[in-house]
Design a protein around this ligand. Structure first.
Ligand code: ACO
Length: 401
C-alpha cells in the first residue's frame, strides 16, 4: 500500500466502519497485538518477559524511545524525571477547589490540562529536544497530581515525593504516607504495582490512545492531548471497567451473592446489564495480560493473607463464565480489568482510584504514541461520515412552525 498517497488523498470510496473495528488509523512500531493468538509485545518484547524481568520505568523508556535503556540511560531518564517532579504551588489551589465528592478521573484530567497553563513552553513542541522536556515533565508531575487528588479526597496534607526512591515506590509513599508516621514499604505491594503498571503501559490504538493521537494531530501540546486520553479512559467500557467490576461484585454481594442470577442477566438481551471485566474488542481468545495478572492476583492475595467475600464472587463468576456456552461462543473471557480491580483492592487502593492507577500505567504508552505521531508528521485526524439526515429544506419562520 502506498501510505504516502493514502495520506494526501481525500477522494474515492468512503468506508463506513463504526467503532473502527477494521480500520487502521496509522502505522505504528510500538505495540504488536494478535487478538486471536493472545499475543502482546512492546517494541518486540513479549509482555510475559517484560512483566517478569523489567521494571516500569525501563518499560516506559522502551515504549517511548524504542529500545531498552542502558543503566546510564535509565539513571539519566529517572534523574530528569525527578528534577521535574515539583508542581506549581498554585495548582494546589485548583486541587483544593474541587469538591471532595469529585471523581478522581475528572480531577486528574482537569489537572493534567491545567498543567499546560503552568508550563507554556511544553505547548509548542518543534524538536525532539522539546519533546523530551515535555515528556520528563509529565512523567515527573503526573504522579504528584495523582497523589494530591487521592490525598485531598482523604483529607491528607498534600506533599511532594522522596527523590531517593524508585519511581513506583515513590508513587506509593506519596499516596499513602500518613502525617507523623513513617511509610512502611511492602515489597509485595511494590512488585504488584510495578507489574500492573507494565501490563497497562500500552495497548496500541485503543479508545484513549486513539483519542490522544487524534487530539495531538492538531498539534495541541502533549499535556492537553493526554488530558483527552484520560477522559476517554474514564468510561466504563474502557479503563473505567476496573471500577465497574468491583462495583458489580459489591452489588452482587449486597444482593445475596447469587452469581447465577447475574449470569442470566448478562445473557438476557432485554437487560442492559453486562458482566463487567469480561470480553475485549481485540482479544477474541484470551487476554495475555489477564493470564499474568491472574497469577499475580493469586500470589498477592496469598502473601497478604487477604480473605474477602468479594473475591469468592469473582471466582464463581469466572468459573461459571468459562463453561457457559453464551460466553464461550462469543469468546468473552475475563480481561485485565477483571483482575486488576481485585489486586488494587487487596493493596488498599479505593475503588474510585482504580482507573487513575490505570492512567498512571498507560501514561508512557500515550506519550510514546503521541511522540510517534508527531515524528511521523501524521496529518490531522479527520474521519469521514455517511450523511443520513434531511435533504435541502427551506427555512420556516417561527410563527409558521
Ligand atoms: N457481558 C455480556 N455480554 C457481552 C459482554 C459482557 N461483558 N461483552 C460482550 N457481550 C456480548 C454482546 O452483547 C454481543 O452479543 P450479541 O452478539 O448477541 O449481540 C457480543 O458479546 C459481542 O459484543 P460487542 O459489544 O459487539 O463486542 P465489542 O468488541 O464491541 O465490545 C467490550 C468489547 C466493550 C469490551 C465488551 O465486551 C464489554 O462491554 N465488556 C464489559 C466492559 C469491560 O470489561 N471493558 C473493559 C475492556 S478492556 C480495557 O479497556 C482495558
Amino acid at each position: 500500500i502506498d501510505i504516502k498517497n493514502l495520506r494526501s488523498s481525500t477522494e474515492g470510496v468512503i468506508t463506513l466502519d463504526p467503532g473502527y473495528k477494521n480500520t487502521g488509523s496509522c502505522e505504528s512500531a510500538i505495540t504488536f497485538l494478535d487478538g486471536e493468538k493472545g499475543i502482546l509485545r512492546y517494541r518486540g518484547y513479549s509482555i510475559e518477559e517484560l512483566a517478569e524481568k523489567a521494571n516500569f520505568l525501563e518499560v516506559a523508556f522502551l515504549l517511548i524511545f524504542g529500545e531498552l535503556p542502558t543503566k546510564e540511560q535509565l539513571e539519566k531518564f529517572h534523574a530528569d524525571i525527578k528534577a521535574q517532579s515539583v508542581v506549581d504551588e498554585d495548582v494546589r489551589k485548583i486541587v483544593d477547589a474541587f469538591p471532595k465528592s469529585a471523581h478522581p478521573m475528572g480531577v486528574i484530567a482537569s489537572l493534567t490540562s491545567a498543567l499546560t497553563a503552568f508550563n507554556p513552553s511544553s505547548v509548542n513542541v518543534n524538536s525532539e529536544e522539546d519533546m523530551y522536556k515535555a515528556i520528563v515533565k509529565i512523567l515527573g508531575k503526573f504522579p504528584v497530581l495523582v497523589a494530591w487528588t487521592f490525598r485531598k479526597k482523604n483529607g491528607l496534607p498534600l506533599d511532594y515525593g522522596d527523590k531517593n526512591l524508585g519511581y513506583v515506590e515513590n508513587i506509593l509513599k506519596m499516596m499513602f504516607k500518613q502525617p507523623n508516621e513513617d511509610y512502611l514499604f511492602n515489597p509485595i505491594v511494590i512488585n504488584a504495582l510495578d507489574k500492573l503498571l507494565i501490563l497497562h503501559a500500552d495497548h496500541e490504538q485503543n479508545c484513549s490512545t486513539s483519542t490522544v493521537r487524534i487530539a495531538g494531530s492538531s498539534h495541541v501540546g502533549l499535556f492537553a492531548s493526554l488530558s483527552t486520553g484520560i477522559s476517554a479512559l474514564w468510561g466504563p467500557l474502557h479503563g473505567g471497567a476496573n471500577q465497574a467490576v468491583l462495583e458489580m461484585l459489591e452489588a452482587i454481594k449486597e444482593d445475596g451473592g447469587d452469581t447465577e442470577k447475574y449470569m442470566a442477566k448478562a445473557k438476557d438481551k432485554e437487560d442492559p446489564f453486562r458482566l463487567m471485566g469480561f470480553g475485549h474488542r481485540v482479544y477474541k481468545n484470551f487476554d495475555p495480560r489477564a493470564k499474568i495478572i491472574k497469577k499475580a492476583a493469586d500470589e498477592i492475595l496469598n502473601d497478604l493473607g487477604v480473605e474477602d467475600p468479594i473475591l469468592n464472587i469473582a471466582k464463581a463468576l469466572e468459573q461459571e463464565a468459562l463453561k457457559d456456552p453464551y460466553f464461550v461462543d462469543r469468546k468473552l473471557y475475563p480481561n485485565v480489568d477483571f483482575y486488576s480491580g481485585i489486586i488494587y483492592r487487596a493493596m488498599g487502593i479505593p475503588t474510585d482510584m482504580f482507573t487513575v492507577m490505570f492512567a498512571l500505567g498507560r501514561l508512557p504508552g500515550w506519550i510514546a504514541q503521541w511522540r510517534e505521531m508527531r515524528l511521523n508528521n501524521e496529518p490531522i485526524g479527520r474521519p469521514r461520515q455517511i450523511y443520513v439526515g434531511e435533504t435541502l429544506r427551506s427555512f420556516k419562520t417561527i410563527d409558521k412552525r
